[in-house]
Ligand binder design. Structure first.
Ligand code: GFB
Length: 315
């Protein structure tokens, strides 16, 4: 058991959807939360990161900083997704090791697994087949992060663990249509179509791919739980164990938003991997199960969007 209360905890990437959820979750832990802004330290800069860690001496690090995006951003900005993520991971993991950080939780992604992995995907499927081309750059960087944690554990005994979340959603998501994942994109499209009184809204691809969605507050809870109870080299999947076709997701979002028009599928846009359902038995055997129902989570996310993001494009 790693004790969190009374410790210094750095959340790297605290302005993002995942990092901000971890900060909110840590409020209940009685620890001191440390954050640093992008203006103060560029997390890709290994020297600056090492100096900041040495000066601030965290005991525990949540590595939630990353360049992220949906299928189109991944497919069209390969250099940024590969370089930024490799640079951030090497800077923080090496810096944490050098400063004697006791525990580090690295956040990866379910896209690290092969495109045609057997479903639901077990952690042991890692590197058993070819990746999905639309997100291979991001996936390679995240696989390197998992391997870094394993290497520092094997060579130096560092207690660095990896968590592989399925597709995430929730408050503070990116609702910019060019870079967002499917839930914020469809929420914005349904909202704008409703407001404009439009007869239809666009959905990318065929609607057939299946995805699993985890609310980011559930993920934050899982990360804190794993920081406390898990110590091992294998990544741990974090998901709900339930998936649905994109077409059904689009209909559910229309229901939540109150848009009653048609869905128009744009098959010039990529489908991506056909299915990406995680096997969550390892996480369940460690004592954690997701709690937030998809429709409930979509409703609270839509409320957040209407209050915070509907009138402007997210950066
Ligand atoms: O969420 P998403 O962008 O990422 O797309 P991936 C999921 C599915 O939703 C794809 C479809 O089949 C998309 O074609 N989709 C339908 C849409 N309409 C839209 C839309 O308006 N916007 C978007 N973005 N999608 C990502 C990876 O893959 O998964 C990342 O690119 C990361 O690296 C993330 O791993 C978890 O699930 O396909």
């Amino acid at each position: 058991m790693f004790q969190i209360a009374g410790r210094r905890v750095w959340v790297a990437g605290h302005r993002g959807m995942v990092g901000s959820a971890i900060v909110r979750r840590l409020e209940r832990e009685g620890c001191e939360v440390l954050t640093v802004s992008r203006g103060e330290v560029d997390l890709r800069d290994a020297q600056a990161v090492a100096a900041w860690i040495a000066a601030n001496r965290p005991n525990l690090v949540f590595l939630a900083a990353a360049t992220v995006g949906g299928i189109l951003a991944n497919d069209t900005r390969p250099a940024e997704f590969l370089y930024d993520n490799l640079a951030i991971e090497t800077a923080i993991i090496h810096g944490a090791h050098r400063a004697g950080v006791e525990k580090l939780v690295f956040l990866g992604s379910s896209c690290i697994y092969p495109k045609f992995a057997e479903q639901p995907i077990r952690e042991s499927a890692l590197m058993t087949g070819a990746l999905e081309p639309t997100n291979q750059w991001y996936a390679i960087a995240k696989i390197a992060g998992v391997m870094l944690c394993q290497a520092y554990r094997a060579q130096y005994g560092a207690d660095f663990i990896s968590v592989m979340p399925t597709n995430l959603y929730g408050p503070h998501d990116n609702f910019d249509l060019a870079a967002s994942h499917v839930i914020p994109a469809l929420m914005r499209k349904a909202h704008e179509a409703k407001v404009a009184g439009a007869p239809a809204m666009g959905v990318w691809g065929t609607g057939a791919p299946r995805r699993e969605f985890l609310h980011v507050d559930d993920l934050a809870d899982a990360c804190v739980h794993l920081a406390r109870v898990y110590s091992g080299p294998d990544p741990i999947n974090a998901g709900t164990g339930v998936d649905l076709p994109i077409k059904d997701l689009a209909q559910l979002i229309c229901k939540v938003v109150g848009f009653q028009g048609r869905l128009e599928f744009d098959t010039s846009k990529p489908d991506g991997t056909p299915r990406k359902l995680l096997d969550v038995s390892a996480l369940q055997s460690l004592g954690w199960t997701a709690r937030i129902d998809l429709e409930d989570g979509l409703r609270t996310t839509y409320d957040w969007f209407v209050q915070n993001g509907a009138g402007r494009r997210a950066a």
